[in-house]
Design a protein around this ligand. Structure first.
Ligand code: ADQ
Length: 457
């Protein structure tokens, strides 16, 4: 079996002693790398200041080599904060209003991809299979091809792919599309994203759909497919089963004092629909006065990308909004919303999900959304909670037992919440089973296998 080379912006290097990195994606890719042997390459997360970064730092763990490079301050600013997070992220989440184009940032993005290619190429053997992840690294294959690499190279996009009218507002859309044509397989989260991609190729005659999942553009032929990422379902369910004894989970249970818990868990990001969600919760309480004092909404939201001004501003907005709702609706013995800005370990997270009578997952746009899947996997089969899920999350195309909502429709989301909290046990069990069966079959290992089989059968 060929060696596997994974490239992603950040690399979850195991801590000393080989402790497994958190998160399903890291676990699945690490398992695939262990099986075949290989390399995981990416940015170390560190800056070399104004100096050219030193050579790659290589860390050997079993038959996996983690290869990390620093980037200069300018690279971090232009490639990462600039083009990746202030152009590609908003565009792919349909937020044209937030995209900030700048020639300098675009040039930095392509330059850093070339730099990655130059650092990676000497490590590659002729029959290695290369799997590149996410929007930071779209031009990487083109750069590697330029250097003469003929290997199988696959790309997986973790975030949505927008329709042509949205993508084409980006001045370098054609270079981005050309970049994708240098892969042998381009994977998206859902068939919807794949259709959008095909639409972008058709428009302006950039390329053609050849049928059977094959495309041609920019003089190349390649495959495209939908591969919905899953979680480590069985392991996560096991965490949840064992969580009742965990002291923090026990404390959380005691502190809600028999109230129904509604839970939300999201990185702080404008794509996650947090302000609309808090509005919906407020509307739910105002229109269901019997629920006053009877529910607690726990929103766990670690900060992310605080260097980007929109994220900084959003942190203030969401905290103020939660404070305002608590001030308006709360009483001496009831705080309606608990808003927490920190990460929690996966076993505790699983336990908190299991306490939730409703999981509120209402992104305005999301590639997949693993929180929705984790919430389902963590439920007690005898007494499962109800997933209230945005129809604009990729996960909505798989989780048929969820109550689907339009997150822009505050009243509709509030109504779904009311329905979730009053749903009879039998219906909850039926809905949960449909979803859990799906999640067990299509877990993250299956996703990894399916992609790699299609890339290099
Ligand atoms: P994200 O936008 O980060 O991922 P998501 O899929 O929900 O979104 O994954 C978040 C992960 O972080 C989950 O595993 C969750 O448990 C964890 N997490 C969130 N808050 C946490 C907290 N407070 N403490 C601990 N863990 C926390 C991108 C795309 C998604 C796509 C994934 C994977 O935006 O659409 O599903 O990649 O492809």
């Amino acid at each position: 079996m060929s060696r596997l080379v994974v490239v992603s912006n950040r690399v979850p290097v195991p801590e000393k002693g080989g402790i497994a990195p958190a998160g399903g994606l890291a676990v699945a890719l690490k398992a695939a790398l262990e099986e075949r042997g290989g390399i995981w390459m990416g940015w170390s997360g560190n800056s070399s200041g104004a100096q050219e970064p030193e050579k790659l730092k290589e860390i050997q763990q079993g038959n996996i080599t983690y290869a990390l490079t620093d980037l200069t301050d300018t690279d971090v600013e232009e490639y990462y904060h600039g083009f990746a997070n202030r152009v590609l992220w908003p565009i792919c989440h349909y937020r044209l209003d937030l995209a900030e184009y700048g020639r300098k940032e675009m040039a930095g993005y392509f330059r850093v991809n070339r730099f990655f290619a130059h650092r990676l190429a000497p490590l590659i053997k002729p029959d290695d299979v290369i799997w590149v992840h996410d929007y930071h690294l779209i031009p990487l294959a083109a750069e590697l091809r330029q250097m003469g690499l003929k290997n199988k190279i696959g790309f997986f996009l973790h975030i949505p792919w927008p329709p042509a009218d949205v993508l084409f507002t980006m001045p370098v859309h054609e270079e981005i599309m050309r970049g994708l044509s240098h892969y042998d397989l381009v994977g998206f989260q859902t068939d919807h994203d794949l259709e959008n991609f095909a639409g972008c190729l058709r428009r302006e005659g950039i390329g053609d759909e050849l049928g059977d999942g094959r495309f041609s553009s920019h003089g190349r032929t390649f495959k495209g497919g939908a591969y919905s990422i899953g979680i480590e379902t069985a392991a996560f369910a096991e965490f949840a089963r064992k969580s009742a004894t965990h002291s923090m989970v026990r404390k959380a249970r005691e502190s809600i004092e028999g109230r129904s818990l509604i839970i939300g868990v999201d990185r702080l990001d404008y794509s996650k629909g947090l302000t609309q969600r808090i509005d919906a919760f407020e509307h739910f309480i105002l229109t269901n006065p019997a629920q006053q004092g009877r529910v607690t909404y726990l929103q766990i939201t670690p900060k992310s990308r605080s260097e980007v001004p929109e994220y900084e501003a959003m942190q203030r907005t969401v905290a103020e909004q939660a404070g305002r709702v608590n001030g308006a609706l709360g009483s001496v013995d009831w705080v309606p919303i608990r808003y927490i800005n920190r990460s929690v370990g996966r076993p505790i997270l699983a336990g908190l999900y299991r306490l939730g009578k409703a999981g509120l997952v209402t992104p305005l746009r999301d590639g997949m959304n693993l929180v929705a899947k984790e919430y389902v996997a963590a439920q007690d089969p005898e007494d499962p909670g109800v997933l209230v899920l945005s129809r604009f999350a990729g996960a909505a195309r798989q989780l048929k037992g969820a109550l689907l909502v339009n997150p822009y429709d505050i009243e509709g989301t509030a109504n779904a919440l009311a329905r979730a909290l009053s749903m009879p046990l039998e219906e909850r069990q039926e809905r949960w089973k449909v979803m859990m069966d799906q999640l067990l079959e299509f877990d993250v290992s299956r996703w990894c296998r399916d992609f790699l089989t299609d890339l290099a059968p």
